[in-house]
Design a protein around this ligand. Structure first.
Ligand SMILES: *Cc1c(COP(=O)(O)O)cnc(C)c1O
Length: 333
């Protein structure tokens, strides 16, 4: 496994810190909890899409693209980070946004990530919830090609084998940090959505024979579907790495009990987790992904599903820009 063989633009601030969360660990009274700060990757406030985009945007450049296109929810962090990369690399960026929540609040429709998409110079078009977004994006890409553009299409969340290489890279980085400081990691917990983050981590850890189980906390799909998505992508990523067959179905575990009413709709425990991290650790989570991931982490600790003294790393995937789109929910909660 040799990541330098794949084209990459080096724009992320790496390595991201791996830090102890002493106050949160004490408050929960179970395992020793650490945090991997992928909210600090650096492009337009950072987040997990930055690592994926290092590989995706390198491919776009190699193909001579002058326009990148992607899609996501209204408050997509992936859209915002793609827009920032396109600005830096002198490409156009067009984003299709799906209204998955139905929120009419102008903070949701115009602030947070949407504000930053436009600030980075991206153009956006809005589609109603339930739209076949990959099909809509293909149609938009065809129209742009007909108008003379060289278009590079990035799937939602940047989740394909190229994007997942970013989280293979994260697996390498976490393992090196743990080895340097004599830290045995018993579990890694992350929010999971379009699946590239968990898939890259699983493929990377398996290829490295690290023995670190990854627990994905779902943010949208039911368990069966989520695990199958992650498993399929992890297998394809392992193939791309030259390690076909290293990922087994049992390596992919997702707990989707913290999704609530749906994607982008925070539950009470999502908001509690956001407050707990902010008040005890000075760390900002988000209402769509990392808040649900942390709610899962907290619940697993309280239920004694991690043994006392075990070392658990929570991957902070970013997204705090979204807090400004959820002012109403946070104020009410
Ligand atoms: C996209 C995203 C995730 C989910 O990562 P996937 O690779 O899509 O599974 C988690 N947290 C944040 C903040 C995100 O923006």
């Amino acid at each position: 496994m040799h990541l330098a063989r794949f084209p990459r633009v080096f724009l992320a601030h790496l390595p991201t810190p791996l830090e102890r969360m002493d106050r949160l660990s004490k408050a929960l009274g179970g395992p020793e909890i650490w945090i991997k700060r992928d909210d600090c990757t650096g492009m337009s406030t950072g987040g997990n899409k930055t690592r994926k985009l290092e590989f995706l945007m390198a491919e776009a450049m190699a193909e001579g693209a002058d326009l990148v296109m992607t899609q996501g929810a209204t408050q997509s962090n992936h859209a915002r980070q793609t827009a920032a990369f396109a600005a830096k690399l002198d490409m156009g960026c067009h984003v299709l946004l799906e209204d998955r929540t139905g929120y009419q609040d102008p903070d949701y429709t115009e602030n947070g990530n949407v504000l930053l998409d436009h600030l980075h110079g991206a153009t956006t078009e809005v589609h109603p919830g339930g739209t076949n977004m990959p099909a809509a994006m293909e149609a938009a890409a065809q129209a742009a090609r007909a108008a003379g553009h060289r278009v590079y299409v990035i799937p939602g969340g940047g989740s394909n084998p190229t994007g997942a290489l970013g989280y293979v890279n994260c697996a390498l980085e976490v393992l090196a940090q743990a080895n340097e400081r004599g830290l045995v990691i018993d579990h890694l917990v992350t929010a999971t959505g379009s699946s590239g983050t968990q898939a890259g981590l699983v493929a990377g850890f398996k290829a490295l024979n690290a023995g670190i189980p990854v627990l994905g906390i779902g943010t949208r799909a039911p368990k069966e579907k989520q695990e199958q998505m992650v498993y399929d992508l992890a297998c394809r990523t392992a193939e791309k790495l030259g390690c076909p067959g290293v990922v087994e179905r049992a390596d992919v575990v997702a707990d989707t009990d913290y999704v609530g009413a749906g994607y982008g709709l925070p539950r009470a425990d999502t908001l509690d987790a956001i407050r707990m991290f902010a008040e005890l650790e000075g760390i900002l989570l988000d209402p769509v992904y990392s808040g649900k991931g942390a709610a899962g982490l907290i619940d697993w600790c309280r239920k004694g599903r991690f043994k006392p003294g075990e070392r658990v790393v929570f991957l902070h995937t970013g997204g705090s820009v979204g807090l400004f789109a959820y002012k109403g929910a946070l104020a009410r909660g």
